[in-house]
Ligand binder design. Structure first.
Ligand code: PBG
Length: 324
């Protein structure tokens, strides 16, 4: 039977009816808010390339984290920026590094907030690459050892979740093994299992001062043309001990989010990255669309595709809107 027995518009007739039949509900419980931290005191530097985002020092980030927690957002994801740089990124596992100090401060201020940390060397290496470079090549196995040191340092300091975003082969296994050996077996790993070599990281590289000084990241990050390969990446990370798998970026890769959820059935995160965020801001600023509506449509679409967790610079704005 078709028309006129069926009229699809009946279920769209009022706001109440639309609420009743809505299939996907975005919740504040789904959100993770990224925070940038650097060495220093009293800092809250606006990031020119990312609207409404700041680089904090450890002493100021705790107040920001408290605000995030008060909005009901369950987790923050910490990125260290602008530290000392050397060949292997040693600052990444310094006990008094920006991230380590921030973990202490946030933990003291907000006991219930989940603390996640990005595990990657690009903000700490002279080359801006995500690993140790020898003769122009990012060395996979050596980098895994360094990442494991970094993850252990974060976990020991009190991170609940470590999030490797480097895309080296075997790094999840190396991190899991190192955590186990250090008695940190309860630390969760949220791996960026399917992270693509994307143009949409542009604003972030500015924020984190982590752009590669030569070449690009295509020898370790994935080709945007591939999704079977993403399933292999995820299978390997799960086997190596990942608890949550992340697809990144989000909007150009919703099919990958969908497949990941369907095929693995474990918690899937999607990272709505800096370029996606700023694309909306730029369009709204130009008067081309409504920012709030665009934000909610994007976040709902990511959830509809199958993401359980959405990492987004919009987390605070969305939480406020969901509360209202
Ligand atoms: C580091 C890292 C990047 C992002 C998160 N972790 C940048 C990159 O791979 O160049 C991007 C996040 C964003 O754009 O919001 N490896």
């Amino acid at each position: 039977m078709g028309f006129p027995e069926h009229r699809m518009r009946r279920l769209r007739s009022s706001a109440a009816m639309r609420r009743l039949v809505r299939e996907t509900a975005l919740s504040v419980d789904d959100l993770v808010y990224p925070l940038f931290v650097r060495n220093g005191r009293g800092l809250k530097e606006p990031i020119a390339s990312m609207a409404g985002c700041y680089r904090f020092s450890a002493d100021t980030v705790a107040a920001e984290a408290a605000e995030v927690a008060a909005l009901g957002i369950p987790a923050v994801l910490l990125f260290g920026v602008g530290g000392e740089k050397d060949e292997i990124g040693s600052e990444a596992w310094a006990p008094d590094g920006a991230v380590q100090t921030a973990i202490h401060e946030i933990r003291n201020e907000c006991s219930d907030l989940l603390i996640m940390t990005d595990v990657c060397l690009c903000a700490y290496t002279e080359t801006g690459h995500c690993g140790a470079v020898v003769d122009g090549v990012v060395e996979n196995d050596r980098t895994c050892e360094l990442l494991a040191k970094m993850a252990v340092s974060h976990a020991r300091t009190g991170a609940d979740v470590v999030a490797p975003s480097d895309m080296m082969d075997g790094r999840v296994g190396a991190i899991r093994k190192a955590l186990e050996e250090e008695g940190l077996q309860d630390t969760a790993i949220m791996s960026y299992a399917a992270k693509y070599a994307s143009a949409f990281y542009g604003p972030f590289r500015d924020a984190a001062e982590s752009a590669p000084s030569f070449g690009d990241r295509k020898t370790y990050q994935m080709d945007p043309a591939n999704s079977d390969e993403a399933m292999r990446e995820i299978a390997l990370d799960v086997e190596e001990g990942a608890d949550i798998v992340t697809v990144k970026p989000a909007l150009c890769f919703l099919d990958v989010v969908y497949r990941a959820k369907q095929e693995f059935g474990l918690p899937v995160a999607a990272y709505y990255v800096s370029g996606e965020y700023m694309m909306l801001h730029a369009a709204a600023r130009a008067g081309l669309l409504d920012l709030e509506q665009g934000m909610m449509e994007s976040l709902t679409a990511i959830k509809r595709a199958g993401a359980d967790i959405i990492i987004t610079y919009f987390a605070k704005d969305a939480a406020r809107l969901l509360k209202a």
